[in-house]
Each structure stands twice: as structure tokens, then as C-alpha cells.
Write a protein that binds this ligand. Structure first.
Ligand SMILES: Nc1ncnc2c1ncn2[C@@H]1O[C@H](COP(=O)(O)OP(=O)(O)OP(=O)(O)O)[C@@H](O)[C@H]1O
Ligand SMILES: O=C(O)[C@H](O)COP(=O)(O)O
Length: 387
């Protein structure tokens, strides 16, 4: 595949370059609580700016409903990107001047971006392509999405892989090509239905799978436990029961929480108690793994040679429910294994909890994207760059 360096050597001064970045950062109101993905996007954008390109950046924030919604505006991100680049970044719709950057407002405000209909996505991709002479794909966290600004637009313009996409693919390839065992994957987070599909394929690759976070309750339910008001993917309980059986048949150790912090409501100061996972009260919701589970997970990580972790073990944004995520993160820092953390919130959690970033072999900006890569799935946003 062609890379940013190829584009730079062709010369970009005065040329219009569309960059797809993943600027999907956690926000508290309009305050960015972790700017990791913005920082990770800077090297590619800066290289283009320095070379005199007119840079147009396309990105998404959250999952708006295909129409403008101020709650999901990229305006705070434009400010931060400008600070990091040392040049103001406007939110706009058109071309930037030479050596400047315009950020398009949240591309998911247009329903065609995520449409399942190829023609709808292609129409948006045409509009984007009309604004640029070249396309640089640098939003690694979103390359697993077959979306207009990730996939379709690459078919319409000369396309290049940006620095972040190249660096991420290189590390993850190392993990798949030269895998040291035991290989342990720890999964948590809240995108349960998205990531349950990944588990089926991971069962053919890993030695051990630790399931925590919001992901755990669908498994606990499949084991016959009641989970109260915890996050639950009711329609996937049966599929998950199949995973439990398959793990057993394959000799994969599937480790579930034995206790959780059961909270009266979803709030930072919610009243809560430690309960065994077979005794979650109907009026409570599990917001973190409990102390026995933290120890159990740490012991299951101790002898690993390779670890991939995606998804916080609890609602780490609330101090009272950050302990499980901290325990798993600390176990990785202590470990001599090749350790990769992936995902916007997982990487944010590592930083928010004050853990040393160099305590991990790699911190990936992609959660779903790196999981699908490790599954061995072809990522549409990478594949299209190879064509
Ligand atoms: N038990 C739980 N109940 C509800 N939410 C939870 C629970 N455990 C974790 N979470 C939430 O999961 C969210 C992160 O999940 P997510 O799957 O998006 O992870 P990620 O690392 O950002 O990966 P990706 O990059 O794929 O989004 C956090 O905001 C956290 O509060
Ligand atoms: O947060 C992520 O994993 C990426 O930004 C992709 O977001 P999505 O899961 O909403 O497509």
C-alpha cells in the first residue's frame, strides 16, 4: 500500500488532502477528558501542513443519529487539535488554505456515512472526494468500519496510509505473526453487542479469555445467574451460552467474575456493595469487578507471555468503580509479557489512573479495530488501501 511518505515525495504543496482521523475522544460536557487520539493524529496532519498541503480532516465523535446534534460536535476537538499543531483549526465544510487545516463537523451527522446502502455511502464519498486531490487514511480506531469516509472515499481518490495506521498495523502484525504463549485476552467495556462477535473467533486463538466490565453480565446470565439492572445483551444470551460450550470443547480457559460491585444506581456516589455473581440483587447493577475477581484476573495474567486488553473492567470514570480497571492495568504493567492495550476508553483509563504508558508494550488507539485485526478479520479500511 502507498504511504504518507509516498504522497509527501510526490509533493503536496498547494494540494488538497483529505485525512480521515479518529478523533473520537471522551468528553465531559465540552471538556476533553483524554486527548490521546487527538495527539496520535498529529504526526500525519503536521507532516502535511509542514509540506504546504491544504488539509481537510474528516472524523466522527460518538454515535449521533445521522443528523446534527450539538452534543456530538467536534468543536472542542478542533480547538485541541489547533493547540497541538500550533495553528488554529477551523470547523468548516470547504478547502483550507496552503499549510492550514479545516476540520469537517462530525461526519456521522450525515446518515450516509454509516449507511448499509452502498449507493448512499458512495454518494457521500463522491462529495468528500470532490473536496480533495488525495486521501490519507489515518483513523486506525475506525478502519474496521465500512463507512463512507473510511472505506468508500478511498475508492474515489489516490489513497495513502497515514503514520498512525502504519504504526498500529505494524505492532499488531508482530503480535499475530510472532505470538508467544500463553496468550491471554482480557475484555470489558460497554460495546457488548459489537464485541461479542469477536469472541467466537478469538476462541480459536487464545489460551485464556478474561471477561469483565459490561461484557461480563451477558455471560453470567448465560450461566444462569440473574444480573439485576446490569448491562445485558438479552438477545445474545443464547449465542454466549454457545461460546461457553465452545471454550470448554477447545480447552480455552474462559474466566468470568466471581464478585462485582453492585450499585443502587449509575452514579459516581451510588451506594454499593460487594456481592457474589450468583447473588446480584434485582435492584442493583454491577459497575465494577469485585476484589476476589481482581485477584483472580491478576493471577490469570501473571504467567502470560502475550496479553491483549480491551475495555475497562468497570465504570472507571467514577472513582468508586475504577478499582477493577486499575487492578488489571497494574497486572499488565507488572507483567514481562508483550502487553497491548487497545481502545479509546481503555487507553484513557490507563492515563487517568496515572499508570506509566511505558509500562505497556503498545497502547493502541483502536479497540474494536484492534480486536478485529487480532481475530484475523480483514479490516475494510486497511484492505481498501491495499487495492
Ligand atoms: N459494568 C459496566 N457497566 C456499564 N458500563 C461499563 C461497565 N464496565 C465498563 N463500562 C464502560 O465501558 C466504557 C468503555 O467501553 P468500550 O467498549 O467503548 O471500550 P474502549 O476501550 O473505548 O473500546 P473502543 O475503542 O472499541 O470503543 C467506559 O465508558 C466504561 O464506563
Ligand atoms: O471508539 C472507537 O472504537 C472508534 O472511534 C470507532 O467508533 P464506533 O465504535 O462508534 O464505530
Amino acid at each position: 500500500m502507498k504511504t504518507l511518505d509516498d504522497l509527501l515525495s510526490e509533493g503536496v504543496s498547494g494540494r488538497r488532502v483529505l485525512v480521515r482521523a479518529d478523533l473520537n475522544v471522551p468528553l465531559d460536557g465540552d471538556r476533553i477528558t483524554d486527548d490521546g487520539r487527538v495527539r496520535a493524529s498529529v504526526p500525519t496532519i503536521k507532516a502535511l501542513v509542514d509540506a504546504g498541503a491544504r488539509v481537510l480532516v474528516a472524523a466522527h465523535l460518538g454515535r449521533p443519529k445521522g443528523e446534527p446534534d450539538p452534543e456530538f460536535s467536534l468543536a472542542p476537538v478542533a480547538v485541541r487539535l489547533g493547540e497541538l499543531l500550533g495553528t488554529p483549526v477551523e470547523i468548516g465544510t470547504g478547502t483550507a488554505g496552503d499549510g492550514t487545516v479545516v476540520l469537517l463537523e462530525n461526519i456521522r451527522f450525515d446518515a450516509r456515512e454509516t449507511s448499509k446502502d452502498d449507493a448512499e455511502r458512495a454518494a457521500l464519498a463522491d462529495e468528500l472526494a470532490a473536496k480533495a486531490d488525495a486521501f490519507v487514511s489515518d483513523g486506525f480506531g475506525v478502519v474496521h468500519r465500512k463507512q463512507a469516509s473510511v472505506y468508500d472515499v478511498a475508492k474515489k481518490l489516490p489513497h495513502y496510509a497515514g503514520r498512525l495506521v502504519l504504526a498500529e498495523v505494524e505492532v499488531l502484525r508482530k503480535l499475530t505473526d510472532d505470538l508467544q504463549r500463553p496468550y491471554v485476552v482480557a475484555l470489558g467495556g460497554s460495546k457488548v453487542s459489537d464485541k461479542l462477535g469477536v469472541i467466537k473467533n478469538l476462541l480459536t486463538k487464545v489460551d485464556r479469555l478474561l471477561i469483565g466490565g459490561g461484557m461480563a453480565y451477558t455471560f453470567l446470565k448465560a450461566q444462569g445467574h440473574e444480573v439485576g439492572g446490569s448491562l445485558l445483551q438479552e438477545d445474545q444470551v443464547e449465542q454466549v451460552a454457545g461460546f461457553l460450550e465452545e471454550a470448554e470443547e477447545r480447552g480455552v480457559e474462559l474466566v468470568l467474575p466471581v464478585d462485582v460491585l453492585a450499585a443502587a444506581d449509575f452514579a459516581p456516589d451510588a451506594e454499593h456493595e460487594v456481592v457474589a455473581t450468583d447473588a446480584i440483587p434485582a435492584d442493583r447493577q454491577g459497575l465494577d469487578i469485585g476484589p476476589a475477581t481482581r485477584e483472580l484476573f491478576a493471577s490469570k495474567l501473571a504467567d502470560a507471555k502475550t496479553v491483549f486488553w480491551n475495555g475497562p473492567m468497570g465504570v472507571f470514570e467514577f472513582e468508586a468503580f475504577a478499582g477493577g480497571t486499575r487492578a488489571v492495568a497494574e497486572a499488565l504493567v507488572k507483567s514481562d509479557a508483550f502487553t497491548v492495550v487497545g481502545g479509546g476508553d481503555s487507553a484513557a483509563a490507563v492515563r487517568a489512573l496515572g499508570l506509566p504508558e511505558d509500562g505497556f508494550s503498545h497502547i493502541s488507539t483502536g479497540g474494536g479495530a484492534s480486536l478485529e485485526f487480532l481475530e484475523g478479520k480483514e479490516l475494510p479500511g486497511v484492505k481498501v488501501l491495499e487495492d
